[in-house]
Each structure stands twice: as C-alpha cells, then as structure tokens.
Design a protein around this ligand. Structure first.
Ligand code: PLP
Length: 406
C-alpha cells in the first residue's frame, strides 16, 4: 500500500471525532492508539456472530474462535520474528508480561543478594514488580542512570555489570522521553555475563520493526492497545528453553495437562502460562492491527515519523520558555516539554479547548521527572497517522495558552 496519509487517516474512525467543534488532534498515542476499521470489525464480528470460548469445544463456533485466536499467535510470531509459536504467550498487556516474568522466573531463580538491573527511564511497570521481588527475596535493584539529554549513560552501564546481576530489564523506547535505547549493545554486553535480558517493547512496536531473533533478547513484552489493536491483550515473547524451565504463573483451566487431587501436570507451551478464559475478542482483533501495519510497511512509517520528529522539534524549539525534555540521539516523535511558569495540567486543559489531546503528568515515570527536577511534563506523542498540520495545531494552541498566561 503506498503511504497516502489522507487515505490512512480515513481508516481510523476515531480521528474524525469532534472535540470542541473540530476534528480531534490526537497526540496521546503513547497512552493508547486509535484502531483501524479492520480491528473494530474483527472485534464486532466476534461479539455479533462468532462468540464462543476457545480450546474447549468441538462445536463450530468454538472451533472457529480457536482458529482465529491461534491465527493471531501465528501473526505475532511473524511480526516479531520469533522462532517458534510456543514462544508467544498471550497476556493482558505489557504490565502483565513483566509481572509474569517476575512471578515465575524471578521467584524461581533469584535469591538473596542477587541484583536486577533496570534503567532510570523505566515505566513504573518495569520498576515496581522488581522492587516487590527484591523485598521478598532480599535482592537489590540497580539502576542505569540517564544523562540530561535523556540518553542512557552507557559508560555507567558497563561499570554496573557484574556476576551478581541475574536479570536486566530495560525499556526499548521511553514513553516520557521518546529515547530509543541501544538495546543491541545492552544485550551483547549482557551475554558476556550470561545475564538474561527482558525488553519492554511497549513503545517500540508501533514505530519500527522488531526482530527478537536478531536482538537475541530472552524476553520481549508489549501491549496490543499501543499497537493500534484492542485493549486487554498483550504479548510476552520468551525463548523456549527459558520458558520451559519456568514454573507456571497462574493456575487454572487451560494451563494443565491432567488434574487430580494427588498431582497436577501442566500443559505444554504456550498454554502453560495462559490460565483461564483469555480476552478472546481482543486477541482476535490484534491480528488485523499487525496486518494493517505490515500492509503499510515500517519503511514508510519510519520515514514519515522521522519527518514529524524533525519538524516538531524545530517548531517547538522556537517557542520562548519551552524546554523539550528528552533530546536523545535516537528518538521517536514523542515530545515531552515544560513551559516556563505554566503548570502542565493547565496546558493540557487549555489545549483541549482547541481540540488538541495531549497527556500531562509524570507519565508513570516519576524517576524521570525527578531527574529533570519536574513534577510533570506535557507530552505530545505522535503516531504514523499524525501530520505536520497536527503539530501546527498544537503550536497554535500553545500560543493561546501563552497569551492567557501573559
Ligand atoms: N512500559 C512502557 C514503556 C509504557 O509506555 C507502558 C504504558 O504506557 C507500559 C509499560 C505499560 O503498558 P500497559 O499499561 O499496556 O500494560
């Protein structure tokens, strides 16, 4: 499909919604993304003519739902280039994926005195589970610092590496800074110490292609709703060898092979980690989301977003008193900023009056806010369906905010 932005925008009904009497300028894509019609259609069809539980019934609707459910898994495998279908665990989202690894891998294999390495720019969902584990086990959480541009301090990373580290869990793309981290370097270094690496790909998957085999990561997690898919579905990729060694996360239906009061044996991968009825509609809706991106192609998406990043950076820098928080060497078009003398919450409320949707607050990255001496930033997070006109609209709305506070 050629990259025709106006045609693409028509595929997303939510982009036509009016806010304050005009079509929304949606710049909150790091929080969640709008869905193409094909995703909405798939979810709608499941609820109107395709409702059935999966993996359980031999009747026609159940077989159809199971086939669709498993077809999504197959598409995910291709989408992230996993080697095997058994390596694709369906979860509720990124948060659940990390919690699964913490509860299963962490509880089984980490012991007192071990260290877990994260970075200063992690989302709370990649901090808190590890703190909980540290408290339980007597482990230590170590942190790779960031510099004032919002880049990881790789020199410090090298210094922090040691044999006590039993897991590195780092974000690929920062949701509050837009930084794209040098994940390959981190994984290669970790290999020298035989440390498993978990990549939080929540903000990466919508911006560039992922190849888990090329990355050679041990775990990779992401959420469907940040990838133009439904809420309530996510993916944990794990290397088969590792997943096989890990105990189940939750007990219940589907994850067992045989149950008796004397002894229960567990199902094979990936089902061992999927207890209970999953979010079937959302899993089915995730397939067309990935297919939509594949049909456009990441080469065009990246080229378009590169232009948005360059243009947005240039025009935002021209606003007097505006400081962009996050000027990393490699970024996606996420603009966190501070406007001197104006509270982020006021900015968010006032630009909404002009139909511009941005996010304000700590973005679930309080340590990042602390680093920059702020309580909150305003954040415009763009996706491939955004345009230069969207950025112009934001700039215009920020002009109005400045006038009010002048
Ligand atoms: N990690 C990052 C980098 C995120 O941006 C987010 C959500 O904003 C998450 C993890 C958590 O994702 P979810 O709430 O979909 O589980």
């Amino acid at each position: 499909m050629p990259f025709d932005i106006q045609k693409i925008r028509k595929d997303f009904p939510n982009l036509a919604v009016n806010v304050k009497g005009q079509p929304i300028t949606y710049l909150d894509n790091a929080a969640t993304t709008f869905k193409p019609k094909s995703v909405i259609k798939a979810v709608h069809e499941y609820y109107t003519t395709g409702t059935a539980n999966v993996h359980r019934g031999l009747h026609e609707l159940s077989e159809k739902a199971t086939a669709q459910f498993e077809a999504t898994r197959e598409t995910i495998k291709t989408f992230i280039n996993a080697q095997k279908i058994s390596e694709i665990i369906l979860t509720k989202g990124t948060t659940e994926g990390i919690n699964l690894v913490m509860n299963s891998f962490g509880r089984a294999f980490l012991k007192k005195g071990d260290e877990i390495l994260v970075s200063e720019m992690e989302h709370h969902s990649n901090i808190v589970p590890w703190q909980m584990l540290c408290e339980e086990k007597g482990c230590y959480l170590k942190v790779i610092p960031i510099n004032d541009n919002g880049d990881l301090d790789i020199e410090q990373f090298h210094k922090l590496l040691n044999k006590r580290i039993k897991l590195i869990s780092v974000v690929y793309v920062s949701n509050s800074l837009g930084t794209v981290n040098p994940i390959q370097t981190i994984i290669q270094e970790a290999r020298r110490f035989k440390i498993p690496v978990l990549i939080d790909g929540a903000q990466a998957v919508s911006h560039f292609p992922i190849d888990v085999q090329a990355l050679d990561c041990d775990f990779f997690v992401f959420s469907g709703h940040k990838l133009f898919g439904p809420t309530g579905v996510g993916v944990l990729y794990g290397k088969e060898e590792l997943l096989n060694k890990m105990p189940p996360y939750q007990g219940g239906g589907d994850m067992i092979e045989r149950v008796s009061f004397e002894k229960t044996t567990y199902n094979i991968l990936p089902h061992k980690f999927e207890a209970g009825t999953p979010n079937i509609a959302s899993v089915i809706g995730l397939k067309p989301a990935m297919e939509y991106l594949q049909s456009i192609g990441f080469a065009d998406i990246m080229a378009h977003e590169e232009k948005l990043l360059a243009y947005g950076t240039q025009v935002l820098k021209k606003i007097k008193g505006l400081r962009i928080i996050g000027n990393a060497r490699k970024k996606v078009p996420v603009f966190s900023f501070d406007l001197k003398g104006i509270h982020a919450q006021d900015i968010g409320t006032l630009v909404n009056e002009e139909g511009v949707a941005i996010r304000t607050g700590h973005h679930c990255t309080m340590p990042v806010m602390q680093h920059f001496g702020l309580k909150a930033t305003s954040r415009a997070a763009l996706a491939f369906y955004n345009t230069k006109e969207d950025i112009d609209h934001l700039i215009h709305a920020l002009g109005s905010v400045k006038k009010i506070f002048a």
